[in-house]
Design a protein around this ligand. Structure first.
Ligand SMILES: [Zn+2]
Length: 271
């Protein structure tokens, strides 16, 4: 009993000290996740950051995957698929309307993508994360809160944003799922956050083609960004979250058949 209290006190103090540190820098205070008040959960994350079986899914323990191996901390852009390949990456979901519409258009053209998922949204919409996995797409950690200034924040905050998101996404995805990449929100990587991700099995993921679809520039401009941008590399950035993504869906409905007609195949970023 005394030990339990000590554990809880330790976890609470850790959370408080991170909060206190983060609170000294504007913009780094959003890290007080709902989990901060759950010492057992926090303690689990601290004791076994490389992913212990979820405490909320004890039945998964016997078949839980082993800790992911360390990967390179260099930012990947290439495709692991040889030849003429593109890596579709879909950021900022899951979102109830647009994630489903994006999944539909990908399915229509038998295209695979990597979904860069915001941890807090995964927690809110676990069924959507499960649909992404069931459709054969890959998962990428896109931080807990999508703080695009997180590179200016203290290391404990960066660590929490990367690792808590990984746990939230895995909890949402269910047993057997893996989060293979980490993409910093707005590309706000630091050497430290890349190292944290890489040491937990997540390859930092960049992009070559920014469609700027999140600005709703018009379907034609999103399509054109891909036509013009592919010379820079194979990894293309789209969004299924952050607002009305009708233009993105309409653009994908043109881009995907065009890519196929040009002889491209849909691959995944190199790990
Ligand atoms: Zn994003």
């Amino acid at each position: 009993m005394a030990r339990l209290h000590a554990r809880a006190r330790h976890a609470a103090m850790t959370a408080m000290s991170i909060l206190a540190l983060a609170a000294t820098i504007p913009g780094c205070v959003a890290m007080a996740t709902e989990d901060s008040g759950k010492p057992a959960h926090r303690q689990n994350a601290e004791r076994s950051p490389a992913r212990a079986p979820s405490s909320s899914q004890p039945s998964a323990a016997p078949s839980a995957p082993s800790a992911p191996a360390r990967v390179s901390d260099g930012i990947t852009h290439e495709s692991e698929t040889p030849g003429k390949a593109v890596n579709l990456t879909i950021d900022d979901g899951p979102e109830p309307i647009w994630t489903l519409k994006v999944l539909d258009v990908l399915k229509k053209y038998d295209a695979k993508a990597t979904f860069c998922i915001i941890g807090s949204r995964a927690k809110e919409y676990p069924e959507l994360v499960k649909k992404v996995v069931a459709a054969g797409h890959r998962l990428c950690d896109h931080s807990v809160d999508h703080n695009t200034a997180m590179d200016q924040c203290p290391e404990p905050y960066q660590r929490q944003q990367v690792l808590d998101a990984q746990e939230m996404i895995l909890d949402a995805a269910g047993p057997g799922a893996r989060v293979l990449y980490y993409r910093a929100p707005g590309g706000a990587f630091t050497p430290y956050s890349r190292e944290v991700a890489a040491s937990h099995g997540m390859r930092p993921l960049g992009w070559n083609v920014d469609t700027r679809d999140w600005t709703n520039p018009g379907v034609e401009r999103i399509v054109d960004a891909v036509h013009q941008g592919l010379r820079d590399g194979p990894t293309i950035l789209f969004h299924d979250g952050g607002g009305n993504r009708g233009q993105t869906v309409a653009a994908l409905d043109q881009i995907l058949p065009w890519l196929k007609s040009q002889g491209y195949v849909f691959g995944y970023p190199k790990i």
